[in-house]
Write a protein that binds this ligand. Structure first.
Ligand code: GDP
Length: 365
């Protein structure tokens, strides 16, 4: 962060006074030392909601990161502050294209995101890359974990890469990711890529927060649809066969197999015909086409209204989910509930009460 960036962060008084000490008897070099010290001290302080919102609006990545850290924190005070920041950022959000990318580990998700991200920043876009990985508690964000991923994109000033929040439960991770999307959009990122690192349910969570869902596949592995669940194929707006440069013929064959398989699926609500293409994150073949397809989809679904309808449905579903999660949390955090559950479990096992009656008793309590 530059000194000028700091200026809007801290009050003018602090800023000017730190500089003005140089006008007295103090030698110049000591002035800059004390200024730097002072700025360091200020930076160690918690920025206020006002400072965070203003920083995010100005695209200040340091403050964006700090706001995200609050979102990810489990401390009540941090959560409360994060909610205020999110609410203030909400009117500035919603203007990005949200793209979900999924596929089995090793298919080339991060390599493709790096290639796509660089293509996008080269064309004037600002790209945020987030991840949903409910297992990230252990690996602390596989997106930037042990192997250095997206090396070039991570130093691109127009890209922002953030590992998955490590919140344990998928519901918690999904909520935090949605909130981080809001913050990134308010900070001016116009493309948000959500990578699913986990397998199974995390695709469903990612799908519930993006406009367009890309499934990456390989030409060879296991041939017949690679054990990818039908449900995940049904969510995809595009299937791309990655690493196509390895065996172009085989990749073509796989693509036509997918096209055939997709014919058996009902027409999606969007009215969009799912595209199957080839790509190579190595040779960059198909990367531009990938983005063009996303844009085609956005134009198509904005014209038929599905784009807005889907976002509205997503928002409404978030509320329902929040109610369900809130009820569950309140129930389990009620004083003495664990003991009562344990006691009733034993009664169920002893055939002294039915499971339904036990549940009713607990809910009433
Ligand atoms: P992820 O686990 O899905 O994120 O996959 P990665 O992006 O980490 O890629 C897994 C491996 O496949 C890495 O060794 C990549 O270098 C390699 N890879 C990715 N894309 C391509 C490609 O287009 N062609 C080839 N030959 N290898 C690729």
């Amino acid at each position: 962060m530059t000194i000028m960036d700091d200026k809007h962060l801290y009050s003018n008084f602090e800023y000017e006074s730190a500089l003005s000490t140089g006008t007295g008897a103090t030698p110049q070099n000591q002035v800059s030392d004390s200024y730097v010290e002072r700025m360091r001290a200020l930076r160690r302080q918690e920025p206020s909601v006002e400072e965070l919102v203003s920083g995010i609006r100005h695209g200040d990545r340091t403050l964006l990161s700090r706001a995200i850290t609050l979102v990810e924190s489990s401390l009540y005070a941090h959560q409360k502050k994060a909610q205020e920041v999110i609410e203030r950022c909400l009117p500035l959000s919603g203007k990005s294209v949200r793209l979900g990318i999924t596929g089995v580990p090793g298919v080339g998700k991060s390599t493709t995101i790096e290639a796509l991200g660089k293509h996008l920043t080269a064309h004037g876009h600002k790209v945020a890359v987030l991840a949903i990985d409910p297992s990230s508690e252990r690996s602390r964000g596989s997106i930037l974990g042990d192997k250095t991923r997206m090396e070039e994109l991570s130093v691109d000033p127009n890209a922002f890469i953030r590992p998955s929040p490590s919140a344990g439960s998928l519901g918690g991770v999904a909520r935090k990711t949605r909130e981080i999307i809001t913050l990134c959009e308010a900070a001016g990122f116009d493309v948000v890529i959500v990578e699913t690192v986990g397998v199974g349910q995390s695709e469903v969570a990612a799908h519930s927060m993006v406009d367009f869902f890309l499934l990456l596949q390989l030409a060879n592995a296991g041939d017949e649809l690679q054990g990818i669940k039908r449900g995940i194929m049904e969510m995809a707006d595009m299937i791309s066969i990655n690493k196509c440069e390895l065996d172009p013929q085989r990749a073509q064959l796989a693509a036509s197999q997918y096209r055939n398989a997709l014919h058996l699926f009902p027409m999606p609500d969007s009215g969009w015909t799912v595209k199957v293409t080839l790509c190579s994150a190595y040779t960059k073949e198909g990367i531009e086409e990938l983005w063009n397809t996303v844009m085609e989809y956005v134009t198509f679904t904005k014209q038929n209204g599905y784009f807005y309808h889907k976002r509205q449905q997503q928002s409404l579903r978030i509320m329902t989910e929040a109610i369900e999660n809130g009820l569950r949390e309140r129930f389990y955090s009620a004083p003495g509930i664990e003991e009562r559950i344990e006691a009733l479990k034993q009664q169920i096992l002893d055939n002294r009460i039915t499971p339904y009656a036990a549940a009713d008793q607990l809910l009433d309590a």
